[in-house]
Structure formats: structure tokens, C-alpha cells
Design a protein around this ligand. Structure first.
Ligand SMILES: Cc1cc2nc3c(=O)[nH]c(=O)nc-3n(C[C@H](O)[C@H](O)[C@H](O)COP(=O)(O)OP(=O)(O)OC[C@H]3O[C@@H](n4cnc5c(N)ncnc54)[C@H](O)[C@@H]3O)c2cc1C
Ligand code: SF4
Ligand code: SF4
Length: 418
């Protein structure tokens, strides 16, 4: 029998069940909505997970579960979007784009679209601050959330942070300001924000734009630690940990307080998939292409990988009328430059891993269910329509559950509060 992938009876009913099933991505919403019960903690495996500060209270956590990416995943794109593709979803336009400021374009992960849009929102007065993540100044291998209030701050926090990051831990602090803001984050974070907006009207009132990168997955911190180990650098000596940028893709670069510096090319960093240490939720991700966002920015290397350094051109997919209006306004102001239009079949070539993942997901979820594990409920993401029905995907997921490879432990921080 083919199990439905939207079986609400097998969605997690507590934060513990989300984490233990490997469905937590560490978005930080637990800490924002239940600060007396949860604090985000780095696990020994290098994952950010909600650590319990008090006895568990699933009733009190119901609001969190209503938006948690481990329990629910939904497309939230504009139903009036004029275009729709089976793989790439609803959109207004797909286009090349890059930052109008050459310095932003150079420093940013790709062409600086996300940073340029953040800068534009601040300059135009449409947003008072940007909620996003950047390197922790005290521990630059790690990431933390910030509310960037000036263009300079947004630019300082540009670039991809490939390790754990919990931008939604800042959500309540951001909303408490009662000022317009934009959110730049990963697709799963955006999905959680949109789902939360159904319960909290302040989000639609104050969040003027949701901008994401197309996302291949977030590594455990051990991926970054491996770079330090290779060069014999202690984390306490780090002053810079940059994953890419300063070129496209740019090099991974670390600097130390005693003046040492080490670099790896993108190819050296990511050539061996066995070392990526991608988190489980990413392998089960139903929307890594930003269907809950107003606009998604992507890399557009033919075949999906860079062949060298280039000037940095993003693909930009505007998904809502707001995203399209923001794109137009940023282009008109010069903060953004628009290049040639794209169409979905080009994206199949730019992002072959995303196409494969969309087609594999229904079978992977069936594998989880057949092993008695949980899945998230999903809607609007076309997983069933795209179902490749690959028995290897289903069997592989089932075996991973049964062997415990997807199992995680809920951090217990109660001792730290006494
Ligand atoms: C974990 C990860 C996986 C990725 N996988 C892919 C992929 O498969 N395909 C693809 O096309 N592109 C992928 N990228 C995105 C790509 O590297 C570029 O970030 C994207 O094209 C945006 O480029 P940009 O120049 O506009 O970004 P920038 O202008 O440099 O802005 C990046 C913004 O993203 C935010 N950010 C960075 N890291 C994180 C994070 N971990 N969590 C939340 N917010 C973050 C920053 O705060 C900043 O505001 C990935 C990025 C990350 C972080
Ligand atoms: S994915 Fe986010 S909301 Fe869900 S358990 Fe993890 S930190 Fe909490
Ligand atoms: S692959 Fe999906 S779950 Fe993983 S970080 Fe990216 S958007 Fe989140």
C-alpha cells in the first residue's frame, strides 16, 4: 500500500518528537515563542537544537508546532502569480540579477541580490531593520541572528553561512519593536515565518519582505570545525571565518588573532559530498527553493557547480506581487541590476540537485512512515505530483530510520538553570 505523505496522524505532536525524529533544522522559533521552556543549544554533533529549560509542556508548545518546519511545510506564494512550474512552483519572474554596488556584488555570496534588496529596503524607508544572520563577532565560525539597521550592517553580514543558524530566535524581539522589517533567511525559516503569520497578525503587519536563498542544505558545525582541524587552528584564535564571497564563489577563508590566514577554494571545500555533514531535515526538505518567500536568490552555474571565479550573477525568482514590486523598485533605484530573463528549464540545469530532491521527497517520506517515524504535514509543494516513486529512495529512508541514523537527542539544559 502506498502510504500518504500527508498523514496528519504521523506528524510530531511535541518538540521532543520533532527533534528525536531528525526533523528539527534549528530555526530558533522554539526559543522565540517559548523562552522560559526552550533555549537554542549547540549539540555535541554540531547542530543547533532547542534545549529544554523546564519540564516539557506539549500544550504550551502547540503554537510552536503549528509553524515548526519539522511539523508543517507549506507554499505560501501569491495565488495570483502569473506563472507556475511543476518543479519550480509559482512565480512572477525569473531573471538574472546582481547588486548595483560593485563592492556588495564582490563581497556577497553570489551577486549580492539579497544584500542589495535589504539595503534598498532600508534606504527607501520601507523597512527599519533586517532580521537575518551573520558571523558571531565573538566566535566567527558560528552564526547568530542580528537586526541590521544600516546598509553598512547589512553588507557586513552578507555571504552564505553554511553551518547552523537560527534566525527565528530573533522573531519576538523583532516584532516587539513594532517597526517594519524584512527577513532574510533559508527557505525552511521562511516557511516557519509564514506559518506563524497565520497565528500572529503582527507578522503580516510589520514584516514587509521575506527573502531567501535557494538552499542545498545546512551543514553541522563539524564541517567548519574540520577546516580548523586541517590547519591546526583553535576556535578561540579565530577572527574571521568566511565560507565564500569576495568573489563568486570566492574562497573559504579563516584568519587568526596572531596574523595567520588560510584559504580553500569552493571546490576544495565541497568536492567530497561525504564530508558535507548535511542535517537530516535537509535530506527531507520539501521546499529548498523558497516557495514561502517573496523572492528567492540562487546560484546559476550551468550544471550546478562553478568552474572558476566569475563576477557574480544571481538568479532571482520573484514569487509574490510584493517580491516583484520590490525587485522593480530596487532596479529603478540602481540598488539592483537586472540581466537576462530565465525560464524554469534553465533552473533544472542550474540546480539539478533541487530537481532530484523534489522528485525523491514523496518516496523518502513514505520510507519514514513505513519505519514508524514521523513526517511533517505538507501542502502546496506538489510532492505527490512530482513523486518519482523510486523504491531505492523509500527503502533508503526506511533503513536510515531503522538504523538510527536519523535519530537525535533532545538537549536537556535544566541543570544550567538551577
Ligand atoms: C546553507 C546554504 C546552502 C545553500 N545552497 C544553495 C544551493 O543549493 N543552490 C543555490 O543556488 N544557492 C545555495 N546557497 C545560496 C547561495 O550561496 C547564495 O547565498 C544565494 O545565491 C544568495 O546570494 P546573494 O549574493 O544574494 O547573498 P548575499 O547578498 O551574500 O546574502 C546572503 C544573506 O543570507 C543570509 N544567510 C546566510 N547564511 C544563512 C543561513 N545559514 N541561514 C539563514 N540566513 C543565512 C545572510 O544573513 C545574508 O543576509 C546556499 C546558501 C546557504 C547558506
Ligand atoms: S525546527 Fe525550529 S520550531 Fe521546530 S523544533 Fe527545531 S527550532 Fe523548534
Ligand atoms: S535544505 Fe531545507 S531544511 Fe535544510 S537548511 Fe535548506 S531550506 Fe532548511
Amino acid at each position: 500500500m502506498k502510504l500518504t505523505t500527508t498523514n496528519g496522524e504521523q506528524t510530531p505532536k511535541s518538540i521532543r518528537e520533532v527533534v528525536e525524529a531528525g526533523l528539527c533544522i534549528g530555526c530558533g522559533l522554539c526559543e522565540a515563542l517559548g523562552p522560559s521552556r526552550w533555549r537554542m543549544a549547540m549539540t555535541p554533533e554540531g547542530r543547533l537544537r532547542p534545549g529544554r529549560l523546564a519540564d516539557e509542556d506539549p500544550a504550551a508548545d502547540a503554537d510552536i508546532l503549528g509553524a515548526c518546519p519539522g511539523a508543517v511545510a507549506q507554499a505560501a506564494a501569491d495565488p495570483t502569480a502569473p506563472n507556475s512550474d511543476p518543479v519550480w512552483g509559482a512565480y512572477h519572474t525569473m531573471t538574472e540579477a546582481w547588486a548595483g554596488d560593485p563592492d556588495v556584488r564582490f563581497r556577497a555570496a553570489t551577486g549580492g541580490v539579497l544584500t542589495a534588496l535589504g539595503v534598498h529596503l532600508l534606504r527607501s524607508g520601507l523597512a527599519r531593520f533586517i532580521l537575518h544572520v551573520g558571523a558571531d563577532p565573538d566566535a566567527p565560525m558560528r552564526s547568530r541572528w542580528f537586526m541590521s539597521e544600516t546598509p553598512r550592517q547589512v553588507v557586513a553580514r552578507c555571504g552564505s553561512r553554511y553551518g547552523p543558524a537560527d534566525p527565528l530566535a530573533g522573531l519576538e524581539t523583532a516584532l516587539a519593536r513594532k517597526e517594519p522589517f524584512a527577513f532574510i533567511a533559508k527557505p525552511c525559516d521562511a516557511g516557519a515565518l509564514r506559518a506563524r503569520a497565520k497565528q500572529d497578525p503582527r507578522i503580516d503587519r510589520f514584516c514587509v519582505a521575506v527573502l531567501v536563498m535557494v538552499c542545498g542544505g545546512a551543514s553541522e558545525l563539524g564541517k567548519s570545525q574540520g577546516v580548523l582541524d586541517e590547519y591546526g587552528v583553535a576556535e578561540r584564535d579565530l577572527t574571521v571565518f568566511r565560507y565564500r564571497g569576495y568573489g563568486n564563489p570566492g574562497r573559504t577563508r579563516i584568519e587568526t588573532s596572531d596574523g595567520r590566514a588560510f584559504e580553500k577554494t569552493y571546490g576544495e571545500m565541497w568536492a567530497d559530498e561525504a564530508t558535507w555533514r548535511i542535517q537530516t531535515r535537509c535530506k527531507l526538505c520539501p521546499d529548498a527553493i523558497g516557495e514561502a518567500a517573496d523572492l528567492a536568490a540562487a546560484d546559476i552555474w550551468p550544471g550546478g557547480s562553478p568552474t572558476g571565479e566569475d563576477a557574480g550573477i544571481n538568479g532571482a525568482i520573484s514569487r509574490t506581487a510584493q517580491g516583484q514590486a520590490l525587485l522593480e523598485a530596487a532596479v529603478a533605484s540602481g540598488d539592483l541590476v537586472r540581466g537576462a530573463p530565465h525560464e524554469p528549464r534553465q533552473y533544472d540545469d542550474f540546480q539539478p540537485h533541487q530537481v532530484a530532491k523534489k522528485r525523491a521527497m514523496a518516496a523518502r517520506l513514505r520510507g519514514l512512515l513505513s519505519a514508524g517515524s514521523f513526517t511533517y504535514a505538507h501542502s502546496g509543494l506538489r510532492l505527490d505530483a512530482l513523486d518519482g516513486d523510486d523504491p531505492n529512495e523509500q527503502t533508503g529512508a526506511k533503513q536510515r530510520v531503522e538504523s538510527g541514523r536519523f535519530s537525535e537527542q533532545l538537549p536537556d539544559l535544566r541543570d544550567e538553570t538551577t
